[in-house]
Each structure stands twice: as structure tokens, then as C-alpha cells.
Design a binder for this molecule. Structure first.
Ligand code: GTP
Ligand code: MG
Length: 239
């Protein structure tokens, strides 16, 4: 088995992202040539996984985890964490595959972890952070979900719902000790809450989040409401 000590792994969960995934992998490698990329694909009917498998023949820095069905974001992240630890990576980034998370900010996230943070969060809700392209209704719904989660779980981090993050080895080792209660979108909130409650050092790096221009969102309004219900269930829990 190839050991990846000292390297970072960029984990990208995908479901029907055929129009985005190859250009994204290219931009990730332009921004961070030393990183490997793991695509965690949930049997996308549009062939996203096949596109990645073809590209792997030409790119030794690329790997795909093919899961049998749409199993949700939370389990995709946990599977990525386990893969990263198994292969000896020193740190792990997560990002969406729809270009909402700017690949050119990957080095800033890694630098924050190299400087001692256990978790670096790409943040829309700190000075210098921004959101582009969302309709006002989407902006308000997402900001409200973020504020509700933050208040209910008494989190210090300003952006609790974003998936552009860099986890240190210590954070990964801590997070895999217990399965998540959330399977979907609320996994991001649960992972963050666990890190905060464990006293890990978290820094926020401002990012400009841009709405997808290709492919369709998988996060419906119902999914946001379901995530809020999970957050209610998480209140009062120790970690
Ligand atoms: N493996 C896997 N990936 C998923 C699943 N659901 C969503 N994704 C991926 O997770 C990322 C976030 O999903 P999006 O649909 O972009 O959701 P979002 O960014 O919160 O919402 P939008 O702003 O509407 O795009 C994308 O890369 C999706 O392809 C899932 O069940 N399994
Ligand atoms: Mg998106």
C-alpha cells in the first residue's frame, strides 16, 4: 500500500456532478499540486464516477471511492476520513464539487492547519467572506439555518454549515472514534460541534462562496429543514 505521510488528501463527495468534476479536479491540482484527490461518488446515474475512473488512468494523484447508492454527505465524509487515516495522510480537506468552494483557497486552509489549527473552516460569514449568485430567498434561508444551528449548539465558529474545510490529523483521529448521528447536510454542523466541544483549535479563513452554474443542487428546502431537526436532536448532547 502506498503511504501518504506528509501529504494532504482533498475529499470531494459527488452525486450527479458530471459537468463539474473533471474541471474541478484540474483546478484543485493547479492550486495544490502536492495534494491527492479522493472523489466519493454515490453511484451517480450521470456517470460522474466513470469520468473519474477514466481520468485516474492518467493521474496518479486521483482516487475514486465508488459507493453503491446515495448514502448522504455525512457518511461520505466519514468514509473519506477513514480512507485518509488508513493511507497515512497528514491532513484532509473537504469541498463541494460544484465550484462553490474556490480551489485557490486550498493553500490558505492548509497553511492554517500547518500553523497549528486543528480545523480550518472556509468561511462566508467572517470579514472578507462573501456569497455570490444566491437568490435573496436562498441567502436568507441558509443564513438563518446557520444562525439557528450556531445559537442552539452554542458554537463560536461563524460558518457552521459550509463544507470547505481542512482537518488536521488530530481532528480526524478524534472524529472517527464515533459514528455521526447525522447522515445528510447536518453532518457538517455535527462535525464542527464535536471539534469545538473537544477543545480543538478552529480558525476561519474567509472565502467567497459562488453558487453553482452547472448541475443541480442536491440540497432541497426539505433537506435544510431535516438538518434543522437533527440540530434540535443534537442540542444538549455532550459532544
Ligand atoms: N457522495 C455524495 N455526495 C453528495 C450527496 N449529496 C450531495 N452530494 C455532493 O455534496 C456536495 C454539496 O451538494 P450541493 O447539491 O452542491 O449542495 P449545496 O452546495 O449545499 O447546495 P447548493 O448551493 O444548492 O448547491 C456536492 O458536491 C454534491 O455532489 C450524497 O448523498 N452523496
Ligand atoms: Mg452546492
Amino acid at each position: 500500500m502506498v503511504r501518504r505521510v506528509g501529504r494532504q488528501l482533498v475529499c470531494i463527495p459527488t452525486y450527479n456532478e458530471a459537468s463539474n468534476i473533471l474541471p474541478l479536479i484540474e483546478q484543485v491540482h493547479e492550486a495544490a499540486p502536492d495534494c491527492d484527490v479522493l472523489v466519493i461518488d454515490d453511484a451517480s446515474p450521470d456517470g460522474t464516477g466513470d469520468l473519474v475512473r477514466d481520468r485516474m488512468l492518467k493521474d496518479a494523484r486521483l482516487e475514486v471511492m465508488a459507493r453503491p447508492a446515495k448514502l448522504g454527505l455525512g457518511t461520505a465524509y466519514m468514509a473519506g476520513f477513514a480512507f485518509g487515516l488508513l493511507h497515512g495522510y497528514t491532513g484532509l480537506l473537504t469541498m463541494d464539487s460544484d465550484f462553490s468552494h474556490p480551489p485557490d483557497r486550498i493553500p490558505a486552509l492548509i497553511a492554517a492547519v500547518d500553523a497549528g489549527a486543528h480545523l480550518a473552516v472556509g468561511s462566508r460569514y467572517v470579514s472578507g467572506g462573501a456569497i455570490q449568485g444566491w437568490a435573496p430567498s436562498r441567502r436568507v434561508l441558509s443564513a438563518t439555518a446557520n444562525i439557528v444551528a450556531r445559537q442552539l449548539l452554542q458554537l463560536r465558529t461563524h460558518d457552521c454549515t459550509g463544507g470547505f474545510r481542512c482537518y488536521s490529523l488530530r481532528a480526524l483521529q478524534f472524529l472517527v472514534t464515533r459514528p455521526l448521528r447525522s447522515s445528510g447536510y447536518s453532518a457538517l454542523i455535527e462535525l464542527l460541534a464535536r471539534c469545538e466541544r473537544a477543545g480543538l483549535t478552529i480558525v476561519e479563513i474567509p472565502i467567497t462562496f459562488t453558487d453553482r452554474t452547472r448541475g443541480r443542487s442536491k440540497i432541497s428546502r426539505q433537506e435544510i429543514l431535516r438538518a434543522m431537526l437533527t440540530v434540535f436532536r443534537l442540542t444538549g448532547r455532550g459532544s
